[in-house]
Design a protein. Structure first.
Length: 120
């Protein structure tokens, strides 16, 4: 059930901005580091709330095309992993393309800076 405003995303953003702008500058050493880690965790959760539904749908679509099956994302990934272990996917460039796209999407959530400036 959706709540009224502020939304979960707005709350996360407000706490993250508070940690970055108000708390962290007043701290030194390990407490400052922990405040930075906490702000980064909140940023990851913000990106996951925004991006994960679309990324999950795209991944499920790619997995469906690769495996010829539908179903839950975890089940599709297990099916692909079993096929890879069995050697059924050897030499297929579409598998490598899927794995690369999935890894990039995960980095877009975890830390988009790891992708570099040239990544979309």
């Amino acid at each position: 059930m959706a709540q009224d405003r502020p939304t979960a995303r707005e709350l996360l953003e407000a706490v993250r901005e508070f940690l970055d702008a108000e708390v962290r500058p007043r701290l030194d050493g390990q407490p400052a580091f922990h405040a930075r880690v906490a702000a980064n965790v909140l940023a990851i959760v913000e990106r996951e709330l925004e991006l994960a539904p679309g990324f999950d749908a795209a991944e499920a679509g790619r997995l469906g095309a690769l495996t010829g099956r539908g179903g839950a994302l975890d089940d599709l990934n297990a099916t692909l992993a079993a096929a890879i272990r069995a050697g059924d996917m050897d030499g297929r460039s579409d598998v490598a393309a899927h794995l690369l796209a999935t890894a990039r999407d995960k980095l877009r959530i975890a830390n988009p800076r790891y992708l570099g400036r040239d990544e979309p």
